[in-house]
Write a protein that binds this ligand. Structure first.
Ligand code: AR6
Length: 227
């Protein structure tokens, strides 16, 4: 009887201290899970100066950055692809502001490479920056420089509004036909060069809709962004 009692007391002490030892590990397991999530292959991060470039696979309309960038057309009246998705999810306030911009600043449409800003409407992002990328015409019609301008002007606009985080889709590589293997090099080098000179942004997210596009960006980033 005494033996049983002693055994019960000893095993409860052991069990208690074992549970106690596990407590700090609980936090570690949580962070290991998070680490695995990040390493699952769908996020890839580079530090450039004070900011991060994050390459992710996903839907840009779900991003909770301060602004998301729209690959628009000069009319600013909406369209297909990412433009259509942003207007659908963001609601009519975005179009209202686009109409105002057309009526005041850009009666003839937003020129290729320029950028303007509107509310994010119902989106998680507070703002949408609308830019127009070049239509691919073989590569000798100034496409690389115009594409770089679209990224640069969107970044400049974000900084001028005091924003810290911004997400881009892969501008021009859908309906406008810019080969993604070429476009991603322009996108990555333009963002990198901007962040090397400008320290006000904290994070630039490049959002790729398909796994294939994500892999192409990831591969180019390894070459262009890794030190
Ligand atoms: N999230 C992230 N990326 C997306 C999403 C999304 N929800 N939807 C599409 N993409 P595109 P462009 C990707 O055609 O080539 C519009 O009609 C898509 O897979 O949207 O600059 C405008 O009104 C592709 O990789 O833009 C213009 O008329 C990338 O976004 C014209 O298309 C860009 O594809 C602009 O063409």
């Amino acid at each position: 009887m005494v033996y049983c009692l002693c055994l019960a007391v000893v095993s409860s002490i052991l069990a208690y201290s074992f549970i106690d030892k596990l407590k700090p590990l609980k936090g570690k397991f949580t962070s290991i899970e998070k680490w695995c999530e990040d390493m699952s292959g769908n996020i890839c991060e580079y530090q450039i100066g004070k900011a991060k470039i994050c390459i992710v696979q996903g839907d840009i309309t779900e991003m909770d950055t301060d602004a998301i960038v729209n690959a628009a057309n000069p009319s600013l009246m909406g369209g297909g692809g990412v433009d259509g998705a942003i207007h659908r999810k963001g609601g009519p306030k975005i179009l209202e502001e686009c109409k105002r911009i057309r009526a005041t600043e850009y009666p003839n449409g937003l020129p290729t490479g320029k950028a303007v800003i509107t509310t994010g409407g119902n989106l998680k992002a507070k703002y949408v920056i609308h830019t127009v990328g070049p239509v691919w015409r073989g590569g000798n019609q100034g496409e690389p420089e115009l594409l770089a301008e679209a990224y640069r002007n969107s970044l400049k606009l974000a900084v001028s509004k005091g924003l810290k985080t911004i997400a881009f889709p892969s501008i021009s590589t859908g309906a406008y036909g810019y080969p993604i293997e070429k476009a991603c090099r322009v996108a990555l080098t333009t963002v990198k060069e901007f962040l090397e000179k400008e320290d006000k942004l904290e994070k630039v997210v490049l959002v790729l809709f398909s796994q294939r596009d994500f892999e192409i960006y990831k591969e180019a980033a390894r070459e262009l962004l890794a030190n």
